[in-house]
Design a protein around this ligand. Sequence first.
Ligand SMILES: [Zn+2]
Ligand SMILES: [Zn+2]
Length: 453
Amino acid sequence: MKIKIKGLGEFQLNPSTPLKNLIPEIKKISKVLPVGFKYKDEYIDWHYTFNKDISENLELEPIFPSDKEALHFLRHTSAHVLAQAVKELFPEAKLGIGPPTEEGFYYDIYYERSFNEEDLEKIEKRIKEIIKKNLPLERKELSKEEAKDLFKKLKEDFKLELINEISDSEVSIYSQGDFIDLCKGPHLLSTGEIKAIKLLSVAGAYWKGNENNPMLWRIYGTAFFSKDELKAYLDRLEEIKKRDHRKLGKELELFTIEEDIGPGLVIWLPKGAILRNIIENFWIKIHLQRGYQLVYTPHIALRDLWKISGHLDFYVENMFPPMELENRVYQLKPMNCPFHIYVYNQKRRSYKEFPIRYCELGTVYRFERSGVLHGLLRVRGFTQDDAHIFCREDQLEEEIIKVLDLVIYFLKVFGFSEYKIFLSTRPEKFVGSPEIWDKSEAALKRALENKGL
Ligand SMILES: [Zn+2]
Ligand SMILES: [Zn+2]
């Protein structure tokens, strides 16, 4: 079969043989060997074998080591080498999944206890030995039944579960040395191509992200094609760590989150509180200047309010559970919107009053899974700088432009000059009529264009 590789030419490959059979020929043309290829938006590697009845002309896009996408191959193989090292040192461990990521790779591994610093050092040492051996990787296609027998023998229960979920009749496996993994690829040719690798941390991760499943240990690492790139990355990580707001918050005595008080619930210490107060006063001053009226609303309300507002239909999984008092059911507020509607409804309104703008520093409570809580960035109780505007349809665009101006003003005051703006459109779950949504989306779009954003 004929295979065209962009920029390198056309090659003849015997059907049902792996692409790597082309390497000697390609080496004659290109000083640098591609790491792999892109084919129909998917990555394929040298181990890949095209089905013999492919009749079309194949065109592949080569990925060279200097391309960013090459890291995907490198880090996937790195994850496999990590798994091999763990299995050699801890034969009782069972493998979950191990993909490459934006920043590196990880492998989820089941073991009776967590891996500590000392383990990581040992594992990293073993990884380097495996790399030094320069073990070639191999790809094989197996029937599902063959694959099941294989992973049953290997006692890899999680892999068996994955095989059962695959709908294709064939699955692929990759191996290097004695190590075998269920895997679609893509991979490097051999472990020796990994030039720089570092294990970074361990964290608990439920199998398939579901807390009813067993807890696995996720070992994180990163890898590069050169030692310099790895060093630059690790230096950057150090810098980020130094600037971590959780670390600064503690050192500067600004805020604290205490196990005894509850996860995701923030205590503002005196120094942080005075800072926050200065910001809040500034926020109120600017809003009053721009025609907003300040309101305060309670932290809890009767559950029925959230029924009327639709939050119980659309937002209930983010709300704290209800509580009962004197035979009535209450709920902590996840949003301020319904309260502002009641402020508006205090009297009959004339269109001449529009626009009416309410603002509130409204403290809300939302249920976030303990696994995603992160310093002040993901919390269970926080104060929103919130506002709701009541206006006529013909005022919509002007009001949106004013809101944008206000947002950009605050960003500027706080020194944010690089930001991205996303236009949020109608979600799958929505309230209100599609016509109003269309009009609102159009107004948002026009406002953004108008502002040149
Ligand atoms: Zn894999
Ligand atoms: Zn709202």
